[in-house]
Design a protein around this ligand. Structure first.
Ligand SMILES: [Zn+2]
Length: 63
């Protein structure tokens, strides 16, 4: 079970995967999105990479 860290801005745990769609039928990337304040991580090619990016962020307010 892999945890997704809460939002560094509003401390929400409502973090979801957001697919980044191109004009094709398959998403070409993912980002993590906070459903409460709208903060999001950078774009990555896979859900795993996007989650790692989100979880790695230090919580000093730096996005
Ligand atoms: Zn948030």
């Amino acid at each position: 079970m892999i945890k997704i860290k809460p939002c560094p801005f509003c401390n929400s745990q409502n973090i979801v995967y957001g697919a980044i769609w191109s004009y094709k039928y398959t998403p070409h990337g993912y980002r993590m999105i906070c459903q409460d304040c709208g903060a999001f991580s950078g774009d990555k090619g896979t859900k795993r990479a996007a989650r790692n990016l989100w979880n790695r962020r230090d919580y000093n307010g730096n996005l």
